[in-house]
Design a protein. Structure first.
Length: 212
């Protein structure tokens, strides 16, 4: 009987130790951090833009990105030959979706426009279809974010269009992943402003090629 009790006690202690070990292992895994590319909206600027003329409708299509970036994880360069995919540092959705949403929200805010990408444009109103490609993107902590964008904008009624490109470089202020995100937001903000300016040019009857 004593031998059986001793065996049972050892098994109980072993199970408890295993459970404690598992809890310790789980506790050592850092929580996943989620980031967004969307910048805070300036409601006042949106209202001023909307008051300047007739309602504008935009249609921002899905954004093409390099295959290595079409994922929710942050991808940062660690040296000249290697990039790291950060499992615990993630965008709130896959990067290509996050980028499309940030561009759509930013352009709509600057123009006081309505994004009709998912439907809702009145049949008698023109819209501006925006196709964006992120051609290149590189980010390094304590370094910089460099992004190359290309896009076309086509007006739905008369088919006037503009084809544009933009390369931007933003300094990364520190070694934190949040610093990379902040620099990426600024880079996207530059693209948003350029796209909004192109839409205004088409509204004014201008078109053709542009580059920066």
């Amino acid at each position: 009987m004593m031998q059986a009790m001793k065996s049972l006690s050892l098994k109980t202690l072993g199970a408890a130790a295993l459970a404690a070990g598992l809890l310790t292992a789980c506790g050592s895994t850092p929580p996943t951090q989620f980031y967004t590319l969307a910048a805070p909206t300036d409601a006042g600027a949106t209202a001023r833009s909307a008051a300047q003329g007739p309602q504008t409708f935009i249609e921002v299509m899905p954004v093409a990105v390099p295959e290595r970036l079409a994922r929710p994880q942050l991808v940062v360069r660690s040296d000249a030959t290697r990039v790291d995919v950060l499992e615990q540092e993630r965008w709130s959705s896959p990067f290509n979706n996050e980028l499309r949403d940030a561009l759509a929200a930013g352009v709509a805010a600057r123009l006081g426009a309505i994004d009709v990408s998912r439907g809702g444009r009145p049949a008698d109103q023109p819209s501006y279809r925006i196709n964006v490609e992120l051609r290149d993107f590189d980010a390094m902590r304590n370094g910089q974010v460099q992004a190359s964008f290309g896009w076309t904008i086509t007006r739905s009624d008369d088919r006037r269009s503009a084809a544009c490109r933009l390369t931007v470089v933003e300094r990364v202020a520190g070694s934190a992943n949040a610093d990379v995100v902040a620099a990426t937001q600024k880079a996207v903000g530059q693209a948003v402003q350029a796209i909004a300016d192109n839409v205004r040019a088409l509204q004014a009857g201008q078109g053709g090629q542009c580059s920066a």
